[in-house]
Design a protein. Sequence first.
Length: 461
Amino acid sequence: MTLVLGIDSSTQSTKAVLVDADDGTVVAQDAAPHPDATEVDPHAWTTALEAAAGPLLPRAAGVSVAGQQHGMVALDEHDAPVRPALLWNDTRSAGAARQLVEEWGGPQACADLVGSVLVASFTVTKLRWLRDHEPEAARRTHRVLLPHDHLSRHLAAPGTAAFTDRGDASGTGYFSTREDRWRPELAAAALGREVELPRVAGAGEAAAETRHGQVVGPGTGDNMAAALALDLQPGDVLISVGTSGVASARTQAAVHDGSGLVTGFADATGVFLPLAVTLNAARILDLQARLLGVDHDELAALALSAPPGSHGTTLLPYYGGERTPDRPHAVGTWTGLTTTTDRADLARAAFEALGCSLADTVDALAAQLDRPVGRVLLIGGATRSRALQQILPAVLGRDLELPEPGEYVARGAARQAAWALSGAATPPAWPTTGTRTLTAEPTPEVREAYVRLREQTGAWS
């Protein structure tokens, strides 16, 4: 049996899965936590990688890393971080995003230039923030990497030049999806100085070797890895419910959405992965469980004991600002609370709010696709909740396909490692088993109440 190792370095943790390269069977896995913050010392990620993946790596013939997108790892000429890395969900660069979009000629011109309209998540906006708020750190910045680039280089043999892939690169704001290349002048204009950028490895390329001769794949962004793991087909939409909520689809042509609702990313196979993202997803439920003093199983039970619509209680769950729609300074807003509102209403309203927020991403994505939406697949840690499994198809008004629980981002990285190891033109065929269909009676009134609240609060943020 030839084994490959896939690593998912997410916002919350590092997860590693050791997989049979021929059929994708997971034979071992481990995990290690990350600090809970929107800026993190990159050494914390390498420490977590060594803890989770270190014991498994000697058994693998190849390895690849999928990482949270957009994070800014700014290094000096000695490859030491000039400051903690800024993560995708750090919104301090919202003003810089607006400034850069204006400098680049407005939203549509920005989308035409790099595939997406910039928001605070994008790496390039963090470079501008660094220039304006920490000029000494900006002056010392010699090289800029993404989180997965930093970890791939850590795994590679000493002296290996930094590398990335087009999927993760397309989330920086200085990579042109239309031209399939870096636009280094955009990074330089944002930071105020030229910086080194990693080499963009080809899809499925053996990008490097470890010190022990194991193949290192190009790596990619977490969303691209999940799509690779599930082998998305034309018309499929993938919803991922983790720290963020994401709806994505593979397309043959690049998307350039001037509205900014859909980001026109590249994927890990040579085509494209437009997606719409929310900043708030599973943590909506985390906060609600904490506020009600219950665990997640109890929260689900409470929610399912309330009727659809939560007796008129509606939540707009923009606790950490929001990206779809672009409201970086928004806060959570509740409405419809009365003297008869109970704990069950509050619990169900949180699940319904999560469902409505995800429905916004699916609608935005569907408007950019060249064919009707077919299957809608659902993955992510929060999907284990029986309340979400029952409430989400009702809110979306359609059946959902739920693959068996698994670390799909890490599995996608493993599939990429197997691809790089094989030298084949396409990734290996790995079956997806144990998929269930989730169905429920549609509840359009829930979405209607949510949309009213969303529109009423638009001027506040």
